[in-house]
Design a protein around this ligand. Structure first.
Ligand code: SAM
Length: 237
């Protein structure tokens, strides 16, 4: 039986709600209404989400749902959904399930025949891609590669011949070693490094990989980074 979105009813629905990736104004009216109307908000980090809720004077109760408790917590959430409650799932920033917890809960809800409704909004990968200046008719979102250089280089080698634009998440502690591996495996391709999008120190670098490394080496990288890399220019790679 296909699922249908009955927007007049909030009973027994799991909402996947996108929240800001920095700037608190980046939230839809529908997301705010949903967060107000649901019985419970399942949040990756309740303290983090409470700052957003306080800003918009939303008093909905919260509970934690994160990598470490998702199996047992998912069962509890499904039981509440089955009992007719509505729940919003949020992550710390952006769209839940995109390199964030949520996939397991969605599978559990599909198995329990619970209606799942997306409340779309920000995602760092889309925001970074949209300003990268690289082709986006299609693209590959890779999320985080391995933190270990050896494994990361193997992962990059598997992507070397990919012609579509590639999007990666990386931590500030590893962004330079990540770019060094990219240079070694891909060569000096066109790249965009988006830092702290929508925040006070937002910055978008566009240029070659070598230039990006030189720029980042000047001051220790801080904040959140999304890296967009041009696809392979040749069939030979
Ligand atoms: N689910 C989130 C989304 O939809 O954007 C992504 C979660 S993932 C755990 C967090 C990563 O997203 C960060 O390590 C960084 O690579 C990227 N990111 C998050 N906020 C960002 C921002 N404001 N600017 C650039 N990249 C960001």
């Amino acid at each position: 039986m296909p699922q249908s979105a009955d927007t007049n009813s909030t009973a027994g629905v799991l909402y996947i709600v996108s929240t800001p990736i920095g700037n608190l104004e980046d939230i839809t009216l529908r997301a705010l209404r949903t967060l107000k109307e649901v019985n419970l908000i399942a949040a990756e980090d309740t303290r983090h989400t409470c700052r957003l809720l306080a800003h918009y004077e939303i008093g909905t109760p919260t509970t934690s749902y994160f990598e470490g408790n998702q199996v047992q917590k998912g069962e509890k959430l499904v039981a509440r959904l089955k009992a007719g409650e509505s729940i919003a799932l949020v992550s710390d920033a952006g769209t839940p399930t995109i390199s964030d917890p949520g996939y397991r809960l969605i599978v559990q809800c599909i198995e329990a025949d619970i209606l799942i409704i997306p409340i779309p909004g920000p995602s760092a990968c889309i925001a970074a891609a949209s300003v990268a200046g690289l082709p986006l008719h299609n693209f590959v979102f890779e999320g985080f590669l391995s933190p270990k250089s050896g494994r990361r280089k193997r992962q990059l080698r598997d992507l070397r011949a990919e012609k579509r634009t590639l999007i990666f998440y990386e931590s500030p502690y590893r962004v330079i070693s990540f770019l060094r591996d990219v240079l070694e495996v891909f060569g000096d391709r066109r790249i965009s490094v988006a830092r702290e999008l929508t925040k006070k120190f937002e910055e978008v670098f566009r240029g070659g990989v070598t230039e990006a490394i030189d720029k980042l080496q000047g001051t220790p990288p801080r904040g959140e980074f999304t890296i967009v890399i041009a696809g392979s220019p040749s069939d030979k790679e």
